[in-house]
Design a protein around this ligand. Structure first.
Ligand code: SF4
Length: 269
């Protein structure tokens, strides 16, 4: 079996998404935050998203992983990396509660450590857990297709141009839409999330919405969470109003929603 690097493991509630199919918004999850992010490592020519809320996870080989000692305590113990998939499963079992909906595989970019990710999802499925993938990037579509049957729910982060995640922005969007199509075709309940800022442009969002519409992919428009000492500002109401109506040109109303990072608003993990 493989070994890999994880930043943290804890129990909380899914704070992103809306009332669209594929979203697990507000449901109890155990979060496994994988290390490493190809976009931050420059695969698309930039150093990741300017509003990234988990830059610690960019580190590919952190020596320590923080594991919550008991669900809901928000107290952590430090475990040495790398970890085996069996060790991860043991932590998930320890943090499981009666109200647990699914296990969130997040990052960083969970698909970055391919065989480690595949082994963990296999073990989780064998143990009867539902899986929720939060992803922004892989260019290994064969791998994605192979493991998609092990993913019950997925949020594909389709980057707005203002994220600065790619020099050739539309190429990245095309890759992310293709990832969504592969997951959807395999039966995963998948939706797109696009984080927007005050600098986001209607014409760019229309490009995203049209591509989502072409594969009937639900889309959630998410307000950026302001970052201290950063110039990133939240979108205005007028923008959100416009963007939702633009999405309405390509998708039916139940496939369009708005979101904030609820967990940040109420200050939980
Ligand atoms: S893809 Fe995710 S982890 Fe990577 S830089 Fe962007 S927000 Fe951060």
């Amino acid at each position: 079996m493989s070994q890999g690097y994880v930043q943290e493991i804890f129990s909380s509630f899914q704070g992103e998404g809306a009332a669209v199919e594929g979203s697990c918004y507000g449901l109890r999850q155990i979060f496994i935050r994988f290390s490493g992010c190809p976009l931050a490592l420059g695969v698309h020519g930039t150093k990741g998203c300017i509003w990234c809320d988990s830059p610690k996870s960019w580190s590919t080989t952190p020596s320590k992983c923080l594991v919550e000692t008991q669900a809901g305590t928000q107290s952590f113990e430090e475990i040495s990396n790398p970890l085996t998939p069996e060790e991860i499963l043991d932590f998930v079992k320890k943090l499981s509660t009666k109200d647990l909906h699914s296990v969130s595989l997040t990052g960083g970019e969970p698909l970055y450590q391919e065989s480690f990710f595949e082994d963990i999802t296999s073990l989780l499925k064998e143990a009867g857990y539902k899986t929720y993938l939060e992803t922004a990037y892989t260019d290994n579509f064969v791998f994605l297709e192979k493991l998609s049957e092990k993913i019950d729910f997925a949020c594909v982060d389709i980057k707005d141009k203002t994220a600065n995640a790619a020099l050739e922005w539309e190429n990245l969007v095309n890759q992310e839409v293709e990832m969504s199509r592969i997951l959807k075709n395999a039966g995963t309940k998948v939706f797109a999330k696009t984080v927007i800022t005050k600098a986001s442009k209607k014409e760019n969002f229309e490009i995203i919405a049209k591509k989502c519409g072409s594969i009937d992919l639900p889309i959630v428009i998410q307000f950026v969470t302001p970052i201290v000492n950063s110039k990133v500002e939240q979108p205005t109401w007028e923008q959100v109003n416009d963007f939702s109506q633009i999405a309405g040109k390509f998708l039916s109303p139940e496939k369009i929603g708005i979101s904030i990072q609820m967990h940040k608003a109420v200050e939980i993990l």
